[in-house]
Write a protein that binds this ligand. Structure first.
Ligand code: PEP
Ligand code: MN
Length: 364
C-alpha cells in the first residue's frame, strides 16, 4: 500500500460531510425486479434513517439460467426513486459499460461486488472508467479472505483519483458449512480499521448471514466494532424476492432494527470509555465463539478416535500420548504468555471431556 494512501484522510470526507447522527444506512432490494417493486420499497423507506437506496441492476449469479437482473432499464427506475422520494441511489457495477450507464443515470453511489474485487483486471477496468469521479465508490471484500487483494482494489481506485472511497465487509466464502452464508472473519475488518482508520467501513449483514433472523445480531456486533454504517437488503415481500429471498427484511423490520440497535456516539469521556469497552467485549465474544467452535471440532475428532479404539479393542487412556500433548502445549502456552498452571487446568478439562466422550462410544 502506498504511503500516500496510508496518510489519506480525504477518503472519509464524504461521510463526515453528511454529519449523520446515526450510522450510514444503505437499504433496498437485492435486485430491482419491476418499476412497481422499486418504487414501493423506496416509498416505504423514505423518511427513515435510510441514506442510500440500493438495488442490483446487473446480478452476478453463481449459476447460469437464474435471474440476472433487469439491466439498464432499472437505472431509470432508480432515477425516478431519487426524483420522487429524495433518496440517493446506489447500485453494483462490474465493468466499464455498467459504470458508463450508471454515471449517465446519475447514480450517487456505486459499489464493486465481492465477485469483482477478486479480479484485478476487472477492478482496474472499473477504476479507469471512474477516473476522477466525485461519486462515492465502495469496494466489497473479495469472496476469499485476502486482505491484500481487498486493499489492492482500494489502491487501484485511489490511484485513479477517486476520492470518495469506502469498503463493505460482506463476509467470506468457505467450503466448510457454518451458520453464516459468508463467515465474517471479524479479525480482518479490525485489522483493516487499525491500518486505515480513515477508510469508511460499512457492514453488510445480509450477505454475511444469508438469513434475516441473524441480521440484528451481526449489525450490533458491527456497530460495537466501530463500523460506520450498514447495508441491509430490504423488500416488501422478502419470501418472493427474485434473488436472496431468505436474507431480505421488510421495510418495517428494517425500521425496527434501526430503532433497537445500540448506537454509540463519541461525545464525552464517559461515552468513550463505554465505546472502548463495548468494542473490546465484542472482540472477546467473537473469540469465545471461535474457542467453542474449535473445541467442538476437537471433540468430534476425539469421537472418531474412540470409534477406532473400539474396533481394535484398545484402552481409552494412552498416557504417553497424553504427556506428549501436555508438554507441547505448556511450551506453546509459554510463548503466548499463558501460565503452566492455566495450561494444565485447561487441558486436563479438555482431556477429561474427551475421555468421557470416548468411554461413551466404547461402552455403548
Ligand atoms: C449484492 O449486494 O446483492 C451482492 C451481489 O453482493 P455480493 O457482491 O456481496 O455477493
Ligand atoms: Mn443480494
Amino acid at each position: 500500500m502506498s504511503i500516500e494512501m496510508e496518510n489519506s484522510k480525504q477518503m472519509r470526507t464524504w461521510l463526515d460531510d453528511m454529519k449523520l447522527d446515526h450510522p450510514l444506512v444503505i437499504a433496498g432490494p437485492c435486485s430491482a425486479e419491476t418499476e412497481e417493486q422499486v418504487m414501493r420499497i423506496a416509498n416505504e423507506l423514505k423518511d427513515t434513517d435510510v441514506n442510500y437506496y440500493r438495488a442490483g441492476i446487473w446480478k452476478p449469479r453463481t449459476r447460469p439460467g437464474m435471474f440476472e437482473g433487469v439491466g439498464a432499464l432499472g437505472l431509470k427506475w432508480l432515477q425516478k426513486v431519487k426524483k420522487e422520494t429524495g433518496l440517493k441511489t446506489a447500485t453494483e457495477v462490474a465493468n466499464r459499460a455498467h459504470v458508463e450507464l450508471a454515471l449517465e443515470h446519475d447514480i450517487d453511489l456505486l459499489w464493486i461486488g465481492a465477485r469483482s474485487t477478486v479480479s484485478p483486471f476487472i477492478v482496474q477496468e472499473i477504476a479507469d472508467a471512474l477516473e476522477g469521479t466525485d461519486k462515492i465508490v465502495l469496494i466489497k471484500n473479495p469472496v476469499n479472505p485476502d486482505l491484500a487483494l481487498w486493499l489492492g482494489a482500494v489502491e487501484r481506485l485511489h490511484t485513479a483519483n477517486i476520492k470518495n472511497l469506502g469498503v463493505i465487509h460482506r463476509g467470506f466464502s468457505t467450503y466448510e458449512k457454518s451458520k453464516y452464508r459468508n463467515i465474517p472473519e471479524w479479525q480482518m475488518a479490525i485489522e483493516l480499521q487499525t491500518k486505515f482508520p480513515d477508510l469508511p467501513i460499512i457492514n453488510d449483514p445480509s450477505h454475511i448471514t444469508g438469513n434475516r433472523d441473524m441480521i440484528f445480531d451481526v449489525s450490533q456486533t458491527a456497530l460495537d466494532l466501530n463500523f460506520d454504517g450498514l447495508m441491509i437488503e430490504t423488500h416488501y415481500d422478502p419470501d418472493n424476492a427474485w434473488s436472496d429471498a431468505a436474507q431480505q427484511v421488510t421495510p418495517e423490520k428494517l425500521i425496527q432494527i434501526m430503532r433497537d440497535l445500540k448506537i454509540r456516539k463519541e461525545s464525552n469521556e464517559e461515552m468513550e470509555y463505554t465505546n472502548n469497552l463495548n468494542n473490546l467485549r465484542a472482540q472477546i465474544d467473537i473469540i469465545d465463539n471461535q474457542v467453542i467452535d474449535i473445541l467442538g471440532k476437537r471433540m468430534k475428532i476425539s469421537d472418531s478416535i474412540g470409534a477406532l479404539k473400539k474396533q481394535k479393542n484398545v484402552a481409552v487412556l494412552q498416557s504417553n500420548r497424553w504427556n506428549a500433548i501436555l508438554g507441547n502445549m505448556i511450551l506453546e502456552g509459554e510463548a503466548r504468555g499463558l501460565s503452566e498452571e492455566f495450561i494444565l487446568k485447561m487441558f486436563k478439562a479438555i482431556h477429561q471431556e474427551s475421555i468421557n466422550h470416548q468411554e461413551k462410544i466404547i461402552n455403548g
